[in-house]
Design a protein around this ligand. Structure first.
Ligand code: FAD
Length: 382
């Protein structure tokens, strides 16, 4: 190891930013050099995307700049990660090769609409920041018809988010006085609304969307999309406006490096280690099993928690301490009701070795907490 260990972090999202800040808050520049590499130079809290759709936000006033990182003595390189050479401990980007002592892979999940024939031509991607203002404009100009929200692959980021999207869209249409002329249908390949949260919470989410006249269709496995038509394995459905959550995959370099099998994610345990010494993986790019059939959901809070765990263990190693932490699996996701309130889905993935989940009451106080959650992260990380 070189004199000052170099921690290289691939991806400046939830996981990468929490790791870098945790490290820098405990270790000085003479103890560790930290570099974040990301192909884009901005960060946005995922749920702000839904506020761009409902028109309460713009893209520009929802982002923080990664170019602020050097002020905290965290190097930032805006470039594409092309390859990870785990044998020689370096990362290839367009402009150079960067060697590391510790590597944290926090490259997130990639949206893959191309996996569903006809989707790109006939629908919008609910999670793609490039589609958000067009979705907003379409919703603003709609007078009647059918909106389909369709989950097209599992696992996907923030399981409650598409339900929240349906409630915020319902609210937009209600405020425009045209809700009765628009049908909102929700299609999921899962048998219940939120399998990772269990049957009880799933029923509460079902009741919530049903109470706003949004129809949930379960077990709808998508095959393809045609103009104004969804083709499922066992049925078909018409739409005028399609908002899809496409299948998620890992970035290509992850498959090229052999860290994950095709279409899968990097398998980790609660220590977030990979089989390679001092190489860790966190967040959406990983798969962390909780039970035989369930993994930790893809969510920013979990990427953040894993990042802090890894950072603490690296700090401990650099300071030659014997403390070692495991990711605790705790977190909470906000679900806005569209009626100026929010509930919190409180999750403890490893409580007594089985997940426990609870949906709190929907209150205006929780909505304020949601705004505070975003503000806090943008101000403490950037
Ligand atoms: C609509 C919506 C609502 C959400 N709501 C919530 C919520 O309420 N609570 C919550 O906890 N989570 C929420 N999420 C999920 C959350 O945003 C993600 O789970 C989280 O961002 C994952 O963090 P990450 O660090 O693993 O990946 P990301 O934040 O996706 O970061 C990965 C980074 O890697 C970079 N990258 C990838 N490949 C390359 C490459 N080849 N070269 C260079 N850079 C690369 C990307 O540009 C990206 O910046 C929501 C998501 C969406 C879409």
């Amino acid at each position: 190891m070189a004199n000052i260990p170099h921690v290289v972090i691939l991806g400046g999202g939830f996981g990468g930013l929490s790791t870098a800040n945790e490290l820098r808050n405990s270790l000085s520049t003479s103890q560790v050099k930290i570099t974040i590499i990301d192909k884009k130079d901005w960060f946005m809290v995922g749920f702000a995307k839904l506020w761009i759709i409902n028109g309460t936000r713009t893209f520009e006033n929802s982002i923080g700049s990664l170019n602020e990182l050097p002020k905290k003595e965290i190097n930032f390189i805006k470039d594409e990660i092309l390859a990870i050479d785990l044998q020689n401990r370096n990362v290839k980007i367009t402009s150079q090769n960067i060697s590391y002592d510790f590597l944290i892979i926090s490259m997130g999940a990639i949206l893959a609409p191309q996996k569903i024939p006809g989707l790109i031509e006939n629908g919008f991607n609910l999670y793609d920041h490039n589609h958000l203002s067009d979705i907003h404009d379409r919703l603003e100009s709609m007078e009647s018809g059918k909106i389909a929200i369709s989950i097209m692959g599992m696992p996907y980021k923030c399981p409650p988010a598409p339900f929240e999207a349906s409630l915020l869209i319902d609210s937009m249409l209600r405020k425009r006085g045209i809700r009765d002329s628009v049908q909102i249908d929700f299609y999921s390949p899962a048998p219940i609304t939120l399998p990772a949260a269990g049957p009880e919470v799933s029923k509460q989410i079902l009741d919530l969307v049903n109470s706003e006249n949004i129809t949930f269709h379960n077990s709808c496995k998508i095959k393809s999309v045609e103009p104004k038509k969804l083709i499922f394995e066992n049925s078909e459905a018409d739409f005028d406006l399609l908002l899809a959550v496409p299948p998620h995959i890992a970035p290509k370099v992850i498959y090229d490096s052999g860290l994950a099998k095709e279409s899968g994610f990097i398998p980790i345990d609660r220590d977030c280690k990979t089989p390679f010494e001092n190489v860790f993986a966190i967040g959406d790019v990983t798969s962390l099993s909780v039970t035989k059939t369930m993994a930790v959901p893809k969510a920013g809070v979990f990427a953040e928690g894993e990042g802090i765990t890894v950072a603490k263990n690296i700090i401990s190693e650099i300071q030659s301490k014997k403390e070692f932490k495991l990711f605790d699996g705790k977190g909470g996701c906000f679900i806005e009701s569209g009626r100026d309130t929010a509930s919190i889905l409180e999750v403890d993935m490893f409580s007594n070795s089985k997940p426990s989940t609870k949906l709190t009451e929907s209150t205006s106080d929780n909505l304020s907490k949601k705004l505070e959650f975003e503000k806090e992260r943008l101000s403490k990380w950037l």
